[in-house]
Design a protein around this ligand. Structure first.
Ligand code: FES
Length: 646
């Protein structure tokens, strides 16, 4: 079903775009000036004078002298008499025809040369323009798609760029064209999808589009049936409002940690996603309620929401365990099915003004930043959440301004120069978690009121001209803020979070600034939930200097016998005898290789590989290769949660 929905969505875009084109061009055809559209604004009817037929030679002698002809006609061009022999006559003049033009007085063949073409064009033209150029051209012609004969094109320098076409064999005036006519031709091309300029609407593009439209209709029909089966349609949707009993219902809305937030009144025939919006509770959504994005997640309180149905979309977005715990998509359920629900994602997704409390390099290229809210109110968030920062237009420098002297050697190779950037927004994951108890201190944050981030200063790629590409404008702006500076941010948003609490082992794999959400998840498990489930943390860095929080995680591993830390260096600068004190040891290589060597031991302590949850965050190459590796070991995608960042 998800394939059907995906097909339907993309086809709707395609069909919708073409419908807009049809609507726009159709409207234009109705409103356009037909004279302008014809290209004949400056065309005049050429009236040739009568000629003295007594001077003409006998047609018989012409027929004897030249190739066999099917017709012979006497014509007048530029006041002179000619015989036109037609050797091969097609149905229309613009089809391929073969002519011989003969001087009717001298009996000699006449070729329509440039001078004659210019005179013929001028005779048919009433505008004020002068001839710019004349050229003999063979088909195809942009202005005359169906023309199959060789033509002289004579261009005039008037305001509408008139071109006059003269048949090079017969002197026939084939057509006038100009910018208005050319615009009409483009509109026809779009309207008839004639992109290969066949001059016909019976083309391959239209046939393919018709097939796509058929699939669009069929997929929509199948989707509609599915929605109907899931109870998305009821008679109340079809009846006028005055006939509908106003069956509103009171629903309790809980925040994270199951704290009651509101008691709201929701209409029974409205889905929860729409109903919550009317109470200013905006759940994330990127499919607009189609049931495909999986972002409008809520948790129904199992004890008071017995027998809430599981729709096909719920089935696709949640694991059986999550469904059993009451996880559902808000867009797929109405208020009349439920008594209470827990908001999972948006309770604090408001705009905040944040003040930088501290900013510190924790590696040559990564800073730890700690913010508080300007209002002083704490922000509640789930571990793994992120905030979206609004970066104003500003100037920056490719090298951080307050770079500690000890780190300057790492920035020596960077060209130092100023750059300007426009305003933008950037997402950064939180690196801490909300503590359950006031007064508990963790990493310097006594009340859990701070928002911690680990942000990597992204450098511009090396180019021949260093000015061509900006470094990371968001990371440079934020990392150059000074304590006391403020910045606007919205959030937190939770898309990457721990699965419902269980005893399953957790394996976390990260690298670089992918540290942030994993650190947050680890702290949540150890300090908020006090879990005893095994947690294995694989973290990769280039060298010892990049191995952030090494002492911190080493100490955690020493203190908690169910927490295991596996630091890995891809390019160590010293000897690996620099293993940290006792436990655990730094190894050389890539983090996914270390995972491969440890996975068998981890699995043997769990109930099997299916009994392990995996959480990944790091560079795309690391994530792709880790996911492929895990899939090869039989790990299902539903066991892997990942946060992709750049
Ligand atoms: S809004 Fe996308 S699944 Fe509900």
């Amino acid at each position: 079903m998800s394939l059907i929905k995906t097909i339907h969505k993309w086809l709707s875009l395609l069909v919708g775009l073409q419908l807009l084109i049809w609507l726009g061009t159709g409207l234009y055809f109705n409103l356009m000036d037909s004279v302008e559209a014809s290209g004949n604004q400056y065309r005049v009817r050429v009236v040739e004078p009568n000629v003295d037929s007594s001077q003409l030679i006998e047609p018989k002698s012409v027929l004897q002298e030249f190739n066999a002809a099917v017709t012979l006609s006497q014509i007048t061009l530029l006041a002179k008499p000619y015989y036109l022999l037609t050797h091969d006559k097609a149905l229309y003049p613009y089809f391929k025809n073969q002519y011989t033009l003969v001087d009717a007085i001298k009996g000699k063949q006449v070729l329509v040369d440039e001078a004659m073409a210019r005179q013929l064009a001028t005779a048919s033209y009433s505008g004020a323009g002068k001839i710019l150029a004349a050229s003999k051209q063979t088909p195809p012609f942009d202005d005359r798609l169906k023309e199959k004969n060789t033509l002289w094109r004579v261009d005039f320098d008037d305001k509408i760029n008139t071109s006059v076409y003269i048949d090079a064999a017969s002197g026939r005036l084939a057509a006038h064209s100009n910018d208005d006519k050319r615009f009409v031709d483009i509109a026809f091309m779009l309207h008839f999808m004639d992109y290969t300029q066949e001059g016909s609407f019976n083309n391959v593009q239209i046939i393919v589009f018709a097939i796509f439209t058929l699939f669009f209709a069929l997929s929509g029909f199948i989707w509609t049936i599915e929605l109907g089966i899931n109870g998305q349609y009821s008679l109340s949707h079809l009846l006028p409002k005055r006939f509908i009993k106003n069956n509103t219902k009171s629903v309790q809305v809980l925040g994270l940690d199951d704290t009651p937030l509101h008691n709201i009144s929701l209409s029974g025939h409205e889905n929860l996603l729409d109903g919550l919006i009317h109470h200013d509770i905006a759940l994330p959504s990127s499919c607009g309620g189609g049931g495909t994005c999986g972002r409008c997640r809520v948790k129904l309180t199992a004890s008071v929401n017995l027998n809430v149905k599981i729709t096909a979309s719920d089935n696709q977005q949640f694991t059986p365990e999550e469904l059993a715990l009451g996880y559902r998509l808000a867009c797929q359920h109405n208020s009349d099915e439920i008594e209470s629900l827990t908001l999972l994602d948006d309770t604090q997704a408001d705009k905040h003004q944040l003040i930088l409390a501290s900013s510190e390099f924790i590696s040559p290229f990564i800073k730890e930043l700690k913010f508080k809210t300007m209002s002083g109110k704490p922000i509640t968030f789930k571990a793994g959440a992120f905030m979206r920062f609004f970066i104003p237009a500003a100037s920056g420098n490719t090298v951080p301004t307050a770079l500690p002297h000890a780190l300057s050697q790492h920035w020596d190779h960077i060209d130092k120069h100023e750059f300007r950037h426009d305003s933008c927004s950037r997402n950064y994951s939180l690196a801490n978690c909300v503590l359950p108890i006031d007064g508990l201190e963790l990493n310097g944050d006594v009340h859990g009121n701070e928002l911690h981030f680990t942000i990597k200063l992204h450098q511009a790629p090396k180019m021949a001209n260093a000015d061509l590409i900006l470094p990371g404008v968001g990371s440079h702006f934020i990392c150059n803020l000074l304590p006391g500076d403020s910045i606007d941010a919205v959030g937190p948003f939770s898309e990457f979070c721990a699965k419902p609490i269980s005893d399953k082992a957790m394996v976390m794999v990260g690298a670089g600034s992918g540290m942030a959400p994993l650190k947050s998840l680890i702290e949540e498990q150890l300090f908020k939930f006090g879990t005893s489930r095994p947690i294995h943390f694989f973290f990769g860095a280039r060298s010892e200097a990049d191995l952030i929080y090494q002492d911190y995680f080493t100490a955690l591993a020493v203190k908690h016998d169910h927490f295991f830390y596996y630091p890995v260096l891809s390019r160590p600068t010293g000897k690996l005898a620099s293993e940290v004190s006792g436990h655990p040891f730094v190894t050389k290589g890539y983090v996914q290789d270390r995972l491969a060597t440890e996975l068998a031991a981890i699995t043997s302590k769990a109930a099997g590989i299916r009994d392990i949850e995996f959480y990944l965050c790091g560079p795309a190459t690391m994530m792709t290769s880790t996911i492929e590796q895990l899939n090869a070991y039989g790990v299902k995608d539903s066991q892997i949660a990942f946060d992709s960042f750049v």
